[in-house]
Ligand binder design. Structure first.
Ligand code: NDP
Ligand code: GDR
Length: 405
């Protein structure tokens, strides 16, 4: 029971114990999130603000505004009571990180910043190593150098990509790693340097080995969001075909909302440990595509092999389309809606990911609320809504302004 908030930064709770009540005084916790402008950063910031945290986020300078995902969290940055603050910074800049951590004095750091696209890491391997690997060291060293090892708890965003080439399934905290991309190799360094600082300096630092998690605010070039956006555009007649790479890859997909809760839980334990966070269900990219089209009343069947594989319309639920205000005549039986384009293949692929979240279920009490069907529905509903606006504007004759005319 909340009993006091005086002075402003202190809140008290009555904790029932053996029939009596303990009074626990808790200072308002301060969290620092790197990668706050990303998918997970946005969900985590909202989650921590709802828990009463003061939240500080690190954003990069960019030539265009990059805070779309978190703009709703502050209405007026001049509000003096604001518990949400953004700072410019970069994981490749040690002095910046040291200054920020010194200023913010966080109880918890969530290191979510990373060049997070596996395919792009083959094009930018050195930068990826610097940000995703050495960046983790910079955070750990900053905390150590500032004498905060006993105050500041650190969450490192590790990944199921560490498992890479399949050694055993389902993958758990004890499954050997075999990274298959510059991204995964950089993250492997991040994983081990976190373990090493925990053991060497007695720091509360832990790795969340998170399997793929998605949402309506997932980056548009990751496969799930690419599919939900393209499906919506095809249904509204704004795109003809969806081009994808490896349709046979299997992923264990969860919802980002569930996964940020697990990050927080990992930092609330008595001792720091590493945890796998996953649903325990794996699905092919091909099946994910099929589920998205089914959401809008189109059944597709895949035929052909490898680069020649195609997804073709075999059934149209006209009533469903009409109930959504759509005209079924833009689509026809036998139409090819999905094709393979080899430019999306990776030099080395991760074929199968399926996580075993037993440890997180048992020790953290963590259970996901979303299954894959609910995730697909959430993403498709949002993208259909967004694309509808573009379709209406186009139908109304709206043309974007051409700045270069
Ligand atoms: P996103 O790509 O959506 O977000 C990445 C964030 O990192 C963005 O805010 C980005 O800034 C920022 N960033 C990138 N490089 C730097 C840098 N050099 N310095 C400072 N900030 C930087 O990723 P997610 O939110 O999906 O993932 C969060 C973390 O979790 C990442 O570390 C990712 O590798 C890891 N992870 C993600 C999983 C997933 O399925 N989503 C699964 C397992 C791990 P900007 O907006 O300016 O680009
Ligand atoms: P992943 O996610 O590489 O698992 O990394 P992504 O969605 O990019 O790929 C998943 C699988 O889909 C296949 N695929 C395609 N991928 C993309 N992006 N675009 C395509 O057109 C396409 N066609 C098929 C891929 O080959 C792959 O097998 C994500 C990131 O969030 C990482 O940061 C995180 O660490 C891991 O998840 C867990």
């Amino acid at each position: 029971i909340l009993v006091s908030s005086v002075p402003l930064l202190i809140t008290g709770y009555l904790i029932p114990r053996k029939g009596n009540f303990d009074i626990k005084i808790c200072y308002m916790k301060v969290a620092l999130i790197t990668g706050i402008t990303g998918q997970d950063g946005a969900y985590l910031a909202e989650f921590l603000l709802n828990k009463g945290y003061e939240v500080h986020g690190v954003k990069r300078r960019s030539s265009l505004l990059n805070t779309d995902r978190i703009d709703h969290l502050y209405h007026d940055q001049h509000d003096s009571g604001l518990k949400f603050k953004l700072h410019y910074g970069d994981l490749t800049d040690s002095t910046n990180l040291i200054r920020l951590i010194q200023e913010v004095q966080p109880h918890e750091i969530y290191n979510l910043a990373a060049m997070s696209h596996v395919k792009v890491s083959f094009d930018t391997p050195e930068y990826t190593a610097n940000a995703d690997g050495i960046g983790v060291l910079r955070i750990l060293e900053a905390v150590r150098l500032l004498g905060l090892t006993q105050k500041t708890r650190i969450y490192q965003a590790s990944t199921s990509e560490l498992y890479g080439l399949v050694q055993a399934v389902p993958q758990s905290e004890t499954t050997p790693f075999y990274p298959r991309s510059p991204y995964a190799v950089a993250k492997l360094y991040g994983y081990w340097i976190t373990v090493n600082y925990r053991e060497a300096y007695n720091m509360y630092a832990c790795n969340g080995i998170l399997f793929n998690h998605e949402s309506p605010i997932r980056g548009e070039t990751f496969v799930t969001r690419k599919i939900t956006r393209a499906t919506s555009k095809i249904i509204y007649g704004l795109q003809d075909c969806l081009y994808l790479g490896n349709l046979s890859a299997r992923r264990d997909w969860g919802h980002a909302k569930d996964y940020v809760e697990a990050m927080w839980l990992m930092l609330q334990q008595d001792k720091p440990e590493d945890f796998v966070i996953a649903t325990g269900v794996t699905t092919t990219v091909r099946e994910f595509v099929r589920m998205c089209f089914l959401q809008v009343g189109i059944e597709i069947e895949f035929s052909g092999k490898d680069a020649n594989e195609k997804g073709v319309v075999i059934d149209i639920d006209e009533e469903k389309l009409l109930s959504m205000g759509l005209k079924p005549d833009t689509l026809r039986f036998g139409q090819t809606l999905v094709r393979v384009d080899e430019q999306y293949f990776r030099p080395t692929e991760v074929d199968l990911l399926i996580g075993d979240p037993t440890k997180a279920n048992q020790k953290l009490g963590w259970m996901p609320k979303y299954n894959l069907e609910a995730l697909v529905e959430d993403m498709m509903t949002t993208d259909m809504h967004l694309v509808k606006k573009d379709a209406y504007l186009k139908a109304g004759g709206y043309k974007p302004h051409n700045y270069f005319e």
